[in-house]
Design a protein around this ligand. Structure first.
Ligand code: ADP
Ligand code: NI
Length: 217
């Protein structure tokens, strides 16, 4: 089986797992992450198969999305084993998908390989800019968040546990607590460059939002 054939099977598997998602992680998100990862791969000496496989699979066993992530990780292991991937390749892919998330970076950030860093950058680039704004609104609406409440101040520092248990989150707070922090956290020069324009777009959006909110007060 060629790497192309393996990736095509992994793409199909990811599509079937993600197509019903309504939390902003559907297959469109995966396709954008894949396209960004391919763009970064042009500049970085990373393993394409590991990077793209982890990008396709990065949200399949997310503990926010499935009740038993360990069961799904075992399923992914068996699936990749069936594609003749080695144990070493599979553990690298599962390590990346397990350690990618923003909340995991809050306490003791796990060390990621270059392949992991590329997937993380690509995932994070999809959380900022115009698409990031819409995803935050979509996620917030789905989770009954208030749009904005000036009385609720952004929490600058949070532990992983606190971040996961927010119950008074507003959509605008999410920008200060996560989205505006991502640009400084990008790993690769390519991602840092793309992030800058998207970051500025979010700052402009927040200025306009607050100006409209406070208009005629
Ligand atoms: P991923 O792991 O793909 O980066 P997450 O599961 O953390 O994404 O979030 C999915 C999308 O929803 C992202 O765009 C993220 O910024 C947004 N999001 C996550 N948590 C919140 C929240 N509490 N309020 C608004 N948007 C959120
Ligand atoms: Ni993702």
């Amino acid at each position: 089986m060629t790497d192309e054939e393996k990736l095509s099977a992994i793409r199909k598997y990811s599509f079937n797992k993600m197509k019903q998602d309504t939390t902003g992680h559907n297959f469109d998100h995966i396709q954008r992450v894949i396209r960004t990862a391919k763009q970064i791969l042009k500049k970085e000496p990373a393993d394409h198969l590991i990077t793209l496989a982890a990008a396709y699979l990065h949200d399949v066993a997310d503990d926010k999305l499935v009740s038993d992530p360990a069961k799904l990780e075992k399923e992914i292991y068996d699936f990749l084993k069936g594609l003749d991937m080695t144990d070493e390749q599979i553990s690298e892919i599962l390590y990346i998908t397990h350690n990618l998330s923003f909340s995991k970076s809050l306490d003791n950030p796990p060390k990621l390989s270059l392949e992991g860093q590329i997937v993380q950058d690509s995932d994070r680039l999809d959380a900022i800019g115009a698409i990031g704004i819409v995803r935050a609104v979509y996620y917030g609406g789905n989770n009954s968040e208030t749009i904005y409440d000036p009385a609720i101040k952004p929490r600058e520092k949070m532990t992983k546990a606190e971040y996961r248990n927010l119950n008074d989150e507003t959509i605008i707070n999410h920008f200060y607590e996560k989205l505006l922090k991502l640009t400084a956290m990008m790993n690769t020069p390519t991602a840092k460059k793309i992030a800058q324009g998207r970051h500025q777009y979010m700052l402009d959006f927040l200025d306009e939002f607050k100006a409209e909110w406070d208009a005629n007060k």
